[in-house]
Design a protein around this ligand. Structure first.
Ligand SMILES: [Zn+2]
Ligand SMILES: [Zn+2]
Length: 329
């Protein structure tokens, strides 16, 4: 059995960005034309293999739902954030105890910007009498947030009539909590209003969730009490909303580029990093270009480190997130 299973239900930042029918039509046309050119009399199985080998940006894309990540361990399950991705997760939960009104759901909130709560409005288990929805935050008043979200005339069902029982929990900064048998410790990220990352530990495996962050603090001295979020980590999810140039143009917008996460991961020996919170204005092509730019940066850093640095940088297995991605530790 895996210690931790991580599934990404939404990897877009700021606002949902579904693929348009026109773009989907063009992509279908291009992929089928490319296949027929290569295999003029190919079978359906050949077509499947051809599609699977295409780069993500030329085929299914990275996905348009905003952030929602599921962390599982055996029968335990913790959800991070209620972005629009949580809607589909809710349908899956309805097939289990949640569908019968016996469900217990645990949702951690990094912060409550719209892209991290908007999916709650269509999270079906919340409307089923008998379900218990435990919600956790460090410093947001979640009762107040839920009252504002489920409020007429913006939404037809007010909080008091939702059906499920909502239980509000506070997490202490930098203090481990046991949730569903998984140790969870919040550390502060660099984001307005503010935002908290979470370090999950189970059976010696460690997953760090570091989204949303501008990563204005990079060195161990700057990170101070929040440095443990990046230490002894097997898998880190990190904010890569922008390219490196965009981070320079968008100071104080609260988001990073992949290169910043790579710098920390190479220094701290983080084994695997997945970059998410893709900008809603970025096409799949642009996200792929940002990934290629980060790849060049990563190789350059490693090469120059091998030539002349004293402190050794570690190699990191990394890629950009897509909706539906599954990771195991
Ligand atoms: Zn966000
Ligand atoms: Zn935010």
């Amino acid at each position: 059995m895996n210690a931790l299973d991580i599934k990404l239900w939404g990897v877009r930042g700021s606002f949902p960005a579904p693929l348009s029918p026109a773009l989907l039509d063009k992509r279908l046309h291009d992929t089928v034309a490319g296949f027929l050119e290569k295999y003029p009399s190919g079978s359906v199985a050949d077509m499947h293999a051809y599609f699977k080998a295409l780069p993500r940006h030329a085929h299914t894309g990275f996905g348009g739902n905003t952030t929602c990540v599921e962390v599982g361990s055996g029968s335990s399950r913790i959800i991070i954030d209620g972005g629009s991705g949580i809607r589909s997760l809710g349908y899956e939960l309805m097939a289990g105890p949640c569908g019968k009104g016996h469900g217990e759901v645990h949702i951690l909130f990094t912060h409550v910007h719209w892209d991290h709560i908007i999916g709650l409005l269509f999270f079906t288990p919340i409307f089923i009498p008998g379900n218990r929805i435990h919600v956790y935050s460090v410093d947001s008043d979640l009762k107040d947030v839920f009252e504002t979200l489920f409020k007429k005339p913006f939404f037809p069902v007010p909080l008091a009539q939702l059906g499920s029982i909502i239980e509000y929990h506070r997490l202490e900064p930098r203090k481990p909590a046991d949730i569903q048998g998984i140790q969870v410790t919040p550390y502060q990220l660099d984001h307005p209003d503010p935002c908290w990352g979470f370090k999950f530990e189970k059976n010696g495996k460690v997953y760090s969730h570091c989204v949303d962050t501008e990563c204005t603090r990079v060195t161990p001295e700057e990170l101070g009490a929040d440095l443990p979020l990046y230490q002894g980590v097997d898998l880190m999810l990190f904010d890569a909303q922008y390219t490196l140039m965009e981070t320079i143009e968008r100071v104080n917008w609260g988001h990073a580029a992949a290169s910043l996460g790579l710098d920390i991961a190479m220094r701290e020996g983080i084994r695997k990093v997945i970059f998410m919170h893709h900008d809603p204005a970025s096409s799949d092509d642009k996200i792929a270009a940002a990934e290629a730019q980060a790849r060049r940066y990563y190789k350059n850093q490693l090469n120059s480190n091998r030539r002349d640095s004293i402190a050794r940088l570690s190699e990191v297995d990394w890629s950009f997130a897509y909706e539906g991605m599954h990771l195991s530790l």
